[in-house]
Design a protein. Sequence first.
Length: 256
Amino acid sequence: MIVFLTAIRHYKNSVSYDQEWKLLNDTLVSVCNQRDKRFRVVVVSNKRLPLLRKSKELLSVTDFVEVDFPPRSQKGMEGLSLDKGSKCAMGLIVCKKYKPDHVMIFDADDFIGNAVSKYVNQHKKCNGWQMKKGYWMFDNRLHEHNAMQLYCGTSLIFRYELLKPAMSADVALDSTQEYLFQRLNRHFVEYILGRHRFAEAYLEKKGVPLEDYPFRSTVWNLSRSGSWSDLNQEMIGYEKYYQKSKESWRKITKEQ
């Protein structure tokens, strides 16, 4: 079984918290469209808002966890990573009851293919995967990319046992964020759960390397605001790149 895990930034750090939940709603429709139904979804946030699309179907497979963590500085990556990583650590507490073989961390505004759970559930002993192959999406167009793990937070699948540095019997759902940092491996929480560029080297050094996921199954949604690393200059750069090259981006079809 696989659990899909995501975290929503603090509403005080959001330009539009309502919009972030609308994006999450679209993402959950994608995530929950798995052909193999042996999966669950866990969403961690400071404040839960209602889902407006396919809510009945999504609620039947999704756990929502609310935490009382304070907003953190949005300057640079440290505050973003500690916020996201600590919320994902709390989500792992909920994951435990489903006894998953794997956990996939995803950003709440991206999309994934509908065969992920099927493939992962067929390879229960694998350490996990990096989804290097995927798509960038902008303005209803797709562009193939082969180094998604460097850009997209929806690119890592871990064997559940490898996430133990972010788990402790002393940490509960009502624990404070500071207590969590005291009891868990802070570096692991920040850099493995809270970011996506460091997992490959970290786990390879530990002797449990991730494999390359064999299919193009993740979509980084650039035509939105609200991602964890939505830094203005970066997004302006990506938009300029799109404008220069959009003729080579494939239009999304109704079937997709």
